[in-house]
Design a protein around this ligand. Structure first.
Ligand code: SF4
Ligand code: SF4
Length: 114
């Protein structure tokens, strides 16, 4: 792992919250126009959230805990935008994947899979 990348954006070497629960990347406050931008293949049958394979969001690319990215980053759901490195949800997801919990939120971290 490149430690510089890990410090600046821990999400790029993580992806745990994108692979935590099929109920997690759900749609909430998005406008229809915003949801329309998400390619259909990544949306679940009920149109209620992202399509998942098991607990993993179908838009997550890469290997959790190593290198990951969101294939629809610019149009990702609100819930994905609000989860921040070091918050409670982040800690739960990282524990599930055997990754160390982040103690602090780096100021320039962006949010997950940035
Ligand atoms: S918010 Fe936390 S769990 Fe999600 S990708 Fe970033 S570091 Fe990982
Ligand atoms: S950030 Fe992207 S890969 Fe992660 S849960 Fe949201 S849509 Fe899926």
């Amino acid at each position: 792992m490149n430690p510089t990348i890990a410090i600046e954006s821990p999400c790029q070497a993580c992806g745990a919250c994108c692979s935590y629960s099929s109920n997690w990347p759900r749609f909430t406050t998005e406008e229809d126009a915003a949801l329309d931008l998400i390619p259909e293949k990544f949306v679940n049958e009920r149109l209620s959230g992202m399509r998942c394979e098991g607990d993993r969001c179908s838009a997550l690319s890469g290997k959790v805990g190593e290198t990951t990215s969101c294939l629809i980053y610019a149009m990702r759901p609100e819930v994905c935008r609000t989860c921040m490195p070091g918050d409670v949800e982040c800690a739960m997801a990282r524990k599930r994947h055997g990754l160390p919990v982040l103690a602090v939120v780096p100021a320039n971290a962006g949010n997950h899979t940035a």
